[in-house]
Design a protein around this ligand. Sequence first.
Ligand SMILES: *Cc1c(COP(=O)(O)O)cnc(C)c1O
Length: 432
Amino acid sequence: MQYYSTNHQSPKVDFKQATINGQAPDKGLYFPEQIPPLPTGFIDNIGDYSNEEIAYQVIKPYVGDTIPETELRRIVNETVNFEIPLVKITEAIFSLELYHGPTLAFKDIGARFMSRCLGYFVKDLGKKVTVLVATSGDTGGAVANGFYDVNGVEVVILYPSGKVSSVQEKQLTTLGKNIHALEVDGTFDDCQQMVKQVFTDEALNNQLFLTSANSINVARWLPQQFYYFFAYKQWAQKNNPPVISVPSGNFGNICAGILAHFSGLPVKHFIAACNANDVVPDFMETEKYTPKKAIATISNAMDVGNPSNFIRILEIFHHQFASLKKDFSSCSISDAETKATLQKVYKEEGYLLDPHGAVGYLALQEYLKENPDEKGIVLETAHPVKFYDVVEPVIGEAVPIPPTVQQQLLLQKNSTKMAADAGLLKTFLLAM
Ligand SMILES: *Cc1c(COP(=O)(O)O)cnc(C)c1O
């Protein structure tokens, strides 16, 4: 499989090179040359396959011969070795719980897969690789955990000071070793901007081997397809495929789902559920894409004003707005609506959502009102305990904190404070 850049100015590369580069040299995103169809009978017999086998079959064509089969099977098995249950909330709404991994959010899947692939690729690179990542909350912890103690890889994480939850902050500032946390005085978009600027600095890139672990990296983006298949495997009404609602920020997760659909996974419709950051809902109304400044919300992992992966969604639909509109819609949910939904679903259904899941739930519920014959799945992207600061006052109860998280909260935070200035980041990297 070859990957081209969405800007069409850089040479095509294989999976290995795309993983190492992160972003294409022309600043485009890598995109697979073909969307490989699933093997025949795969969907009809999905119930017979283990999650490990499903994941291997799905990713194999994308990886090609850059990783040998035994190694790739090991990587895949380690990536999906926790539960991903589909839980019924109402007659029409199911929750795909993606939060049973080590950092309690769906990003564990992508981060675990990518870190293991990169760990494999750097072995014969003979140089140290520095992974640079900007996080609005959950990426940092998942990447830190995935790369912790991986030989030959240093990880630098930028996060917006005061804009991540306490659990999130501890997850990315307490590991030490090869994990370095930079606490930036600014927003997530500032962090992302700093990272982007450093990547375009030619002199610096001649000195250091920099790569990104944001969801633009194909090795983080592509494995997110796995759990859409796991959801379908658990979906009872195979003759009535689900509508899938995805709490969206940088749009990597939903884009992976759409990719899975184009390779043959039955899905009725995709909903990108956004918080107040409504660039894509706006686009779906006006057909004009206008990046905005990110707004801080209680679903902070989706506080993105210029979602990087949206271009890949357009690419899948060949930039045809009419066909995009048929399969995909998007809406914006306020913080007040998010809280009301969280409370209502807890009181009436006995199911505790996190703020991101609540955004997805309401978006799905509204869609189903218009389409009463459909049923749907909301991707529950994080464990409610990750956002207990938000969730507890809303439900008026304490959220039980798992012992592993309790221990982490007691650890001393270790971060380097930094103004939102790419020059300072460069100095830091050179001094490392
Ligand atoms: C990252 C994140 C999202 C947004 O995912 P994207 O792939 O960036 O759209 C949603 N919910 C949670 C909990 C997250 O951590």
